[in-house]
Ligand binder design. Structure first.
Ligand SMILES: Cc1cc2nc3c(=O)[nH]c(=O)nc-3n(C[C@H](O)[C@H](O)[C@H](O)COP(=O)(O)OP(=O)(O)OC[C@H]3O[C@@H](n4cnc5c(N)ncnc54)[C@H](O)[C@@H]3O)c2cc1C
Ligand code: SF4
Length: 781
């Protein structure tokens, strides 16, 4: 499997199309527009994790977990690029995925079409409903072609969890079936030409598939986009958008570079068209921020949020083995196969009123969560569990199994006999996403008290009764928490509507340009779960994908582009591993003045009346550490921004800056030079060029600190130093910022701690070795 993404430092300042987010909506849009010959750039906040990189243990899971709380209650926890994102602090808690591939990386693969009655609802715009058998049907067909959903094969090993669900179905009277799963059961090449491994039945799909068998968009649509020329950038969090004449200005923050430790301003790029596909929570959040900063949008923004009637509960410690706990590895001798997370459904949708229908599915708990869930269920069953069978002998057996789980772990006793139930149904879709502090939260008082959840609760209690277990609800759903819901299928918030009074986007995904009417913002689209205006009552990924396929087909039609849907041959094998790189973020500030011919120190003297402040915050990246060290100029890339009000009232972007680290080039004999070249572009399109150097040389007195922390700068108009020099001065790095700079130092692409430490040592040896040569050995000589 080839790595697809590039680092943010390679971003250009303008693209024809920018896609924000890389889940189903983003990946589909990127693939189709790249196939239509458009210059596509995908910006994804998370990292690129390949099979083998996903958490297997609880410790690994914790480092891939981020939680957002109500800002008034607690600070966020975890890295902002961790794979699992839990949005707490509202009336509904929401789980989403963060990474190249979005939530497709951690979902349970069920790719099913909804009850056709869903599309009769008047909440969908008329033109959409009229097109259900047209472009929407094509969209479903394309999505099925790319995601290749198949039921768990009859020829595959029997699964105890599936038999247990069949038993529950008998008791409930619903139709029992095997749903289509976006999983590869036989090794082979997929529709994007990517070779995928066969499912090992490990049961860990919800923490990411380490075997390349899960048909997440990282395996199909994204490689397809990349192959057709799209550029994918990870660790780029988009903050907000603003109109800039005929273009869009996209403000973003590089993640994990430590820029926030210097309170650095947001960076930006421009695009002719922007497609927001940051998921229900992400897209609403960045549109709400954009609205607060002046972008005119529909008053419906944030509304029509639905939980998709989601419920999770457990049939704990049943009388039958279930083997519903993931293994963290392929099943070996003596271990029962678990299967993909979900393999069966009780389809209860053939109700007179669509709103009364529901789907009940089995689910496997991934290995990385097994131990915490074991402890949680033992406690929750004792406090609030409902034992569904009676009898002294039965009770003795139950207690023995609980003890067995506690002593021997989650693959034994009570946990071995636990069925996880996942339900989708129909809530009223009346939630609202609001900005609270800097984060979006669900405002939906009383959401969990809707009648549908009591009905689901009763059905699940009976499903557990069929297995003789203890019924344990989602621990959040109780009186104390106001019946808080836990949602894995957030929908709505930027819902489709006929006009701005009813929705945020039209049936083509175009964003309405104000609170009223049908006028849209030229070139601004939404394509993800947020446009769905109602619950689907079924796992939503296939519908989100079909709607995204339809949106991009209409976009292409509107602009006269032709999407080439022809198949591709098998892609070349994996690229060699990425070279080790060292990265850190640096800030320097000082003053400049128009004395272009003057001495740097006089021109930048803060005591002068005609000086202006100047500051840069740049991330320094070696790209390939070995190459950097071997090259006589020791070049490193500089990316970031410059704040200099005399040049531009807004921060300017550094476009492909270069640092020559400790080179002899241009240095005095026995010394070294650090040269900074920063091409700048302002928001109004003006270009400047900063040429600066640190003169590292052993002069009289203790000058090492001053030499290495003082940058003498000349500023030219235009793209390079051939333009007119208009300012001069000098910048300083103070001791406090230097300490922060050290805290941002990191090694990229290291395979483990030993390699990381070795790379740091190698870089440190080079840097301090050069200083030693300059200040100690030259003196000795
Ligand atoms: C545990 C779990 C199990 C699930 N199981 C199923 C299932 O079996 N079947 C099913 O149909 N559905 C399932 N789902 C739901 C399904 O995966 C989602 O509905 C679907 O992935 C949503 O697609 P999307 O394109 O709207 O957004 P997402 O897939 O969520 O993608 C959004 C992307 O945008 C990125 N992003 C967010 N904000 C920004 C920003 N500001 N800047 C840049 N990037 C940003 C995110 O990091 C993410 O990568 C499950 C979900 C979970 C959590
Ligand atoms: S069961 Fe295991 S191998 Fe199969 S798709 Fe899920 S994670 Fe991958």
């Amino acid at each position: 499997m080839r790595r697809l993404s590039s680092p943010w430092s390679e971003l250009a300042s303008h693209y024809a199309v920018v896609v924000v987010g890389s889940g189903y909506g983003g990946a589909i849009t990127a693939s189709r527009l790249a196939r239509a010959g458009q210059q596509v750039c995908v910006l994804e906040r998370g990292r690129e994790l390949l099979p083998g990189d996903y958490p297997r243990t609880d410790a690994e899971f914790m480092s891939e977990f981020q939680v957002h709380f109500d800002p008034e209650a607690a600070a966020d926890v975890g890295s902002p690029t961790a794979l699992f994102e839990l949005h707490r602090g509202g009336d509904v808690s929401v789980v989403t995925g963060c990474g190249l591939g979005g939530t497709s990386l951690i979902n349970a693969n069920v790719a099913m079409r909804p009850d056709p009655r869903v599309f009769l609802d008047g909440r969908w715009p008329d033109a959409f409903r009229a097109d259900v058998d047209g472009l929407l049907e094509d969209g479903f067909a394309w999505a099925e072609h790319m995601l290749r959903p198949l039921p768990y094969p009859e020829s595959a090993p029997p699964l105890a969890t599936l038999s247990a669900l069949a038993k529950s179905a008998e008791k409930l009277g619903g139709t029992f079936r095997r749903p289509p799963l976006a999983v590869t059961f036989e090794e082979g090449v997929n529709a994007a030409g990517v070779r995928q491994g066969a499912c090992t039945l490990c049961g860990d799909c919800m923490t990411g598939c380490n075997f390349g068998a899960k048909n997440s968009v990282l395996m199909n649509y994204l490689p397809d986009a990349h192959r057709h020329g799209a550029k994918l950038f990870t660790e780029v969090g988009v903050r907000y958008l603003a109109r800039d004449g005929a273009r869009w200005r996209v403000y973003y923050r590089p993640m994990n570079a430590g820029r926030e430790r210097f309170d650095a301003p947001d960076l930006w790029l421009t695009a002719d068209r922007v497609i927001l596909a940051a998921g229900t929570m992400g897209t609403a959040e960045l549109l709400l921020r954009s609205k607060a900063l002046g972008l005119s949008l529909s008053g419906r923004l944030g509304q029509r949020f639905s939980n998709n009637g989601d419920v999770m509960a457990f049939g704990y410690n049943t009388d039958v083995p279930v083997y519903g706990v993931g293994l963290g590895e392929a099943p070996s001798a003596g271990r029962e196969p678990v299967g993909p997370t979900i393999t069966g459904i009780i389809d209860d949708r053939a109700t007179l009123r669509q709103e009364d229908g529901m789907i009940i599915e089995n689910g496997a708990i991934p290995a990385a969560l097994a131990r915490p869930v074991t402890a949680l269920l033992a406690a929750a069953s004792a406090i609030a569990g409902q034992d569904t069978d009676r009898g002294v002998i039965d009770r003795v057996g139950e207690l023995a199994r609980i003890a067995d789980s506690a002593v021997r772990g989650p693959y034994h006793g009570a946990m071995r006999n636990t069925q996880t139930f996942l339900v989708m149904s129909h809530d009223d879709g009346a939630g609202e996403l609001r900005l609270s502090g800097d984060r979006v939260r669900v405002h939906w008082p009383g959401a969990g008290r809707q009648a549908v959840f009591t009905r689901v609760d009763e059905r699940l209690r009976r499903a557990t009764e069929a297995l003789g277990g203890t019924f344990v609800r989602n621990p959040l759903w109780n009186k104390l928490t106001g019946h808080e819901l836990l949602c894995t299928h957030p929908l709505g918030g930027c819902a489709m509507g006929e006009r701005a009074e009813e929705g945020v986007v039209d049936h083509e995904g175009r964003v309405f340009a104000g609170p009223e009417g049908t006028e849209v913002h030229e070139g601004l689209y939404v394509s993800d779960g947020s446009v769905i205006p109602r619950p689907l009552g079924i796992n939503p990924l296939l519908t989100i994908s079909a709607v995204a396929e339809r949106t991009v087909a209409l976009m292409a039609r509107r602009h006269g582009w032709s999407v080439d849907y022809s198949p591709v041959p098998e892609a070349p094998g994996p690229r060699p591993t990425q070279p080790l790189a060292v990265q850190f973020t640096e800030t320097m500030y000082g003053y400049i003045s128009a004395g272009a011919d003057e001495d740097f120190l006089r021109a930048g003297d803060p005591a002068r009346r005609d000086t202006s402040p100047f500051r840069f915050i740049v991330t320094v990246d070696s790209r390939d550490l070995e190459e950097t060290l071997a090259h006589p100029l020791h070049p490193m890339q500089l990316s970031g921004c410059v704040v200099a009000p005399v040049l531009s009232s807004r921060p300017m972007t550094v476009e492909r800056g270069v640092l020559h680290l400790m080179t002899h080039e241009g240095a005095r004999p026995g010394g070294r030079r650090m040269r900074y070249q920063l091409p700048l572009v302002s928001e109004s399109g003006e270009r400047f060029f900063v040429d600066g150097y640190k003169d590292v040389h052993d002069d009289d007195g203790p000058d090492l600190w001053v030499d290495t922390t003082r940058l003498l700068v000349s500023i030219f108009r235009g793209e390079d130093a051939s333009g007119r020099c208009i300012f001069r001065g000098y910048l300083r790095l103070n001791a406090k910022d230097f300490a922060v700079q050290l805290s941002t130092l990191r090694v990229l692409h290291a395979q483990g701690t030993v390699q990381r430490l070795a790379a740091l040592a190698r870089f440190g040896r080079f840097f301090f070795g050069e200083l030693f040569e300059t200040y100690v050995r030259s003196k000795a000589a």
